[in-house]
Design a protein. Structure first.
Length: 166
């Protein structure tokens, strides 16, 4: 009987310690997340960015763990950036960076992501300005075409007046 009491006390003590943590996520979640993060880093080192993105995605979708989820958010955002002529970054990457900033404002990964987030914002603003300028350019081109047409009509009128005056 005494054995059972000691065993029960030990289990309660361990369960109590494991369930209380200073940050987000329990010890099991922290361990699992950090192992997955290591696996993702190994995949990246081997050049398997698709596998790393999948692993990082599972970390990001799991319950939050300080020091693990923020690193996974940053790395996954970098892997999903996919900038192009039409957009400075993918919507997914932008959402991941916003989530990183919102959920982990004091994380070193948030500080590293800050210039990238600013560049994405600048890129989107330039895209909007470019669209506005394209519209203005089209309307000016149309106006130039109309003015050229009127000039041709005036030339013909001038030529007709010159012929009639002779």
């Amino acid at each position: 009987m005494r054995r059972w009491a000691v065993l029960l006390t030990a289990m309660l003590l361990c369960a109590g310690c494991a369930s209380t943590s200073g940050g987000r996520g329990g010890m099991v979640q922290r361990y699992t997340g950090s192992k997955q993060l290591e696996q993702a880093e190994e995949m990246l080192a081997r050049g398997d960015s698709a596998g790393a993105a999948k692993t990082l995605g599972s970390i990001v979708n799991a319950p939050s763990v300080d020091g693990v989820t923020d690193a996974a958010l940053f790395r996954l955002a970098l892997l999903t950036l996919k900038p192009g002529a039409e957009k400075p970054a993918s919507a997914q990457a932008h959402q991941l960076l916003k989530r990183l900033d919102k959920e982990y404002p004091r994380s070193p990964w948030t500080h590293l992501a800050s210039p990238l987030t600013e560049l994405i914002g600048i890129g989107e603003e330039l895209k909007r300005q470019n669209k506005t300028l394209k519209g203005a350019n089209q309307s000016l081109t149309k106006e130039i075409g109309e003015l050229n047409k009127r000039m041709e009509q005036l030339k013909h009128l001038d030529q007709e007046l010159e012929r009639k005056s002779r």
